[in-house]
Design a protein around this ligand. Structure first.
Ligand code: MSP
Length: 520
């Protein structure tokens, strides 16, 4: 069975921002890690293109909704390519095959008696595409998330009988690990304990949506349609639009990664819909935190939105990926701070990791004929750096498996610090001046080069380009972890693979220092 992993399907009302980039980068690290571990991965991302919000955005821009969606989704697709995101599916919910999947799914739910008509009254936030049922809305009808007025709605809709699934969902959200991190589980459990109400799954006044078969004038509520994108995404390019076929291509999802604001949809509504259609449930829903910038919420009105295209151009993907994964505990809220960003990138990647490799290859080339020195004692499994490298791999794997990217990065940093300390203590530049010390120096340098190789290998899922540049400096091939990767990393996760005498290329810094003299 493949490991099926999803990002949310991003609304195309606006250009990509740092929030969507954050989720996508984290998923990419997971996908690459799983592939390197030998898993076939179905990595799904895409765009959520229907609904009133998109319809209005297109109207305001004076273009048809379709033209608008084509333009913005192309931008997402290109952005993920330039960030080297290794998704192998990109679903657009305006894809005609998706419409067919939605129709088939709805037919099952309806046949199961889970669709009824009803009157929907309430305050609606178009930006959230959600009814707000908190009592505060009745007094002060404004959306707490978007600080925008809510709109009163009163119409006959089709409802999904969520209330029927109360016990199933209670059991599901109580099961350990379904909602992660654990801190979010309580929140979902409380919501479910409050009693699940049927929710409306159609709209009468939104032409920009998928028509509900057999219910003239109704289009599907954008969330009902969007969640099903995770299934349609699994169809391969030549597949006919058949729900069972899509399911056979990799359902259930092993992991939905989302932001904490859309947890209910994924951990409550979606599983109930799947139960109704007789399909398996996703294994885990992970709700990460929200990013602020220099302590402030990011928003257009504040003019402080971080543009991923600018970030990429000015800083490069490795720097941003490293910072997001290494500094923000995955699952918690985080704050993007420019000074801390450049400090961490320069300290961790340019100095601790990059410079270690750089100075060691320079010495090795100078004193050992331009190549890898004889290994000598460095090949013994009791060598302190061999011990340190092997010891770093376990916590690294444990952290990656638990989606604790920060812990994973820290175990690599500790290994790099150990190797730097070793180099400073052994001081080969002094030792080399003493007669008869060449073998000892060679072995020390060999051990540090091996640590650098280990670091490059283990960095591959987090910062794939940096990993490739480091390996190239060691005369080694890059470790392919992208969508077409077919080899695991187990053969290169062994101590002592560098071959003495193999040439080392001219050293060039593997990581440019960030010198950010103006705000990003
Ligand atoms: N279209 C829905 C998802 C449908 S999934 C079937 C949607 N789209 S969104 O574009 O508005 O949001 C996508 C994701 O971005 C959400 O997971 C949201 O939590 C995340 N983020 C939006 N702003 C964010 C930050 N400032 N920080 C981190 N993530 C943020 O919701």
């Amino acid at each position: 069975m493949p490991f099926t992993l999803t990002t949310p399907l991003y609304y195309v009302n606006d250009r990509p921002h740092l929030g969507s980039t954050y989720t996508t980068v984290a998923c990419d690290a997971i996908a690459r890690y799983q592939r390197l571990q030998g898993q076939k991965v179905e990595f799904i991302t895409g765009c959520d293109e229907h609904g009133q919000k998109i319809q209005r955005t297109a109207e305001a821009a004076g273009v048809t909704p379709q033209a608008h969606c084509d333009a913005v989704s192309a931008r997402f697709r290109q952005l993920w390519q330039s960030w080297q995101i290794s998704n192998n599916h990109f679903i657009r919910t305006t894809d005609p095959r998706h419409r067919a999947i939605v129709e088939q799914f709805f037919a099952r739910v309806e046949a199961n008696g889970d669709v009824r008509e009803g009157r929907q009254q309430g305050w609606y936030c178009v930006a959230c595409e959600e009814y707000k049922d908190d009592p505060a809305a009745a007094i002060e009808p404004s959306c707490a998330v978007h600080q925008r007025p809510l709109e009163w709605r009163d119409e006959m809709n089709l409802f999904f009988r969520l209330s029927r699934y109360q016990e199933d969902i209670e059991r599901l959200v109580a099961s350990p690990g379904f909602v992660a991190p654990a801190s979010r589980q309580r929140e979902v459990q409380n919501f479910v304990a409050g009693g699940l109400k049927d929710f409306s799954i159609s709209r009468l006044d939104v032409p920009w949506g998928i028509p509900v078969p057999g219910h003239a004038g109704h289009t599907f509520y954008v969330w009902f349609d969007a969640l099903l994108g995770y299934l349609s995404a699994l169809l391969e390019s030549d597949d006919p639009p058949d729900l069972e076929l899509a399911v056979s291509r990799g359902w259930p999802a092993d992991l939905h990664v989302i932001g904490k604001d859309i947890l209910r949809f994924h951990a409550v509504f979606w599983p109930a819909m799947l139960l109704s259609a007789g399909l398996e449930l996703p294994k885990r829903v992970f709700g990460h935190g929200f990013l602020t910038r220099e302590g402030q919420k990011m928003g257009k009105s504040l003019g402080n939105v971080l543009d991923p295209e600018v970030l990429l151009e000015r800083c490069g993907a490795d720097a941003v990926r490293w910072y997001l994964l290494r500094d923000i505990p995955f699952g918690e809220d985080g704050d993007f701070q420019q000074q801390r960003f450049s400090d961490l990138v320069n300290n961790d990647l340019a100095n601790t990791i990059g410079n270690l490799l750089n100075r060691t290859t320079s010495m090795a080339r100078k004193w050992f004929d331009g190549g890898v020195p004889p290994a000598g004692a460095a090949l013994e499994s009791s060598h302190p750096l061999a011990v340190a490298a092997l010891a770093a791999a376990d916590p690294f794997d444990a952290a990656m498996g638990a989606l604790e990217f920060r812990g994973a990065a820290e175990s690599l940093l500790r290994l790099a610090e150990t190797a730097n300390g070793y180099l400073n203590t052994q001081a080969p530049w002094k030792q080399m001046k003493q007669p008869g010390q060449e073998a000892a120096v060679g072995s020390d340098l060999y051990a540090v080069l091996e640590v650098s190789r280990w670091l490059a290998v283990l960095l591959a899922p987090l910062v794939p380009d940096l990993s490739a540049r480091m390996l190239s400096q060691l005369g080694q091939p890059a470790l392919e972890s992208g969508a077409s990767a077919s080899l695991t990393w187990h053969p290169v996760r062994q101590w002592g693979l560098l071959r003495p005498g193999d040439p080392l290329p001219e050293p060039v810094p593997v990581m440019q220092r960030l010198e950010l003299d103006s705000p990003l």
